[in-house]
Design a protein around this ligand. Structure first.
Ligand SMILES: Cc1cc2nc3c(=O)[nH]c(=O)nc-3n(C[C@H](O)[C@H](O)[C@H](O)COP(=O)(O)O)c2cc1C
Length: 186
């Protein structure tokens, strides 16, 4: 059974990112995956300060929740990352989370993520592609650098208020189909 780890990068519990990811997750579960969802807003994930203890075979010098998440990332086959756009970038929560992927940027740890399938979900209030494109590229470039496999992207523009995405039924169906596809072709 494929293991899926979904990571909600919005601090707003029950918000649009949470709802969108829940549909991807339901799709993955319907295709037989075992799914776990974590919410970065409920965890303590500090900044990477580039000490590179991890590159010397030592645990991350930040003794926080990321230590356990490294293990969850290593153990899953599929990672689903969701963030709203915050000031034309990902949230600070998601940025800190991805910064900590420096851990995987050494030969000893790279095998934990090399080839791992990832899907990315982005929500935003504006509707211009110029607003969401850099956020998608942030993921594309960072994941490619780590030799991860960005297997699917879903963008939901035009959703600002909490829960506004519930009206976007086609987008939610697309999210469900993405979840099914991620597992069916894994
Ligand atoms: C601090 C902050 C910054 C934001 N910056 C942008 C932005 O630059 N562009 C945009 O389209 N929406 C922006 N938004 C709106 C959110 O992307 C939007 O409300 C989204 O649906 C929130 O997702 P959530 O419900 O999962 O938290 C911002 C919201 C907040 C709170």
């Amino acid at each position: 059974m494929a293991k899926v780890l979904a990571v909600v990068g919005s601090p707003r519990r029950g918000g649009n990112t949470d709802i969108l990811l829940s549909h991807v997750v339901e799709g993955a579960a319907s295709a037989g995956a075992e799914v776990e969802t974590i919410r970065l807003g409920e965890l303590c994930i500090r900044e990477c300060d580039g000490c590179h203890a991890c590159w010397r075979g030592r645990p991350c010098s930040k003794d926080d929740d990321m230590r356990a998440i490294y293990e969850k990332i290593a153990a899953c086959e599929i990672l689903i990352l969701g963030t709203p756009v915050y000031w034309y970038g990902p949230t600070a929560l998601m940025k800190a989370f991805i910064d900590r992927f420096v851990y995987f940027n050494c030969e000893a740890n790279r095998s934990m993520v090399r080839g791992k399938k990832v899907a990315v979900a982005v929500v935003l209030e504006e509707t211009h592609e110029e607003t969401w494109r850099p956020v998608v590229e942030f993921f594309q470039k960072s994941l490619a650098y780590l030799e991860m496999d960005l297997a699917g992207t879903i963008v939901a523009p035009g959703v600002g208020e909490k829960g506004a995405i519930r009206k976007e039924t086609q987008r939610l169906d697309e999210a469900h189909r993405l979840g099914v596809k991620l597992v069916a072709y894994s």
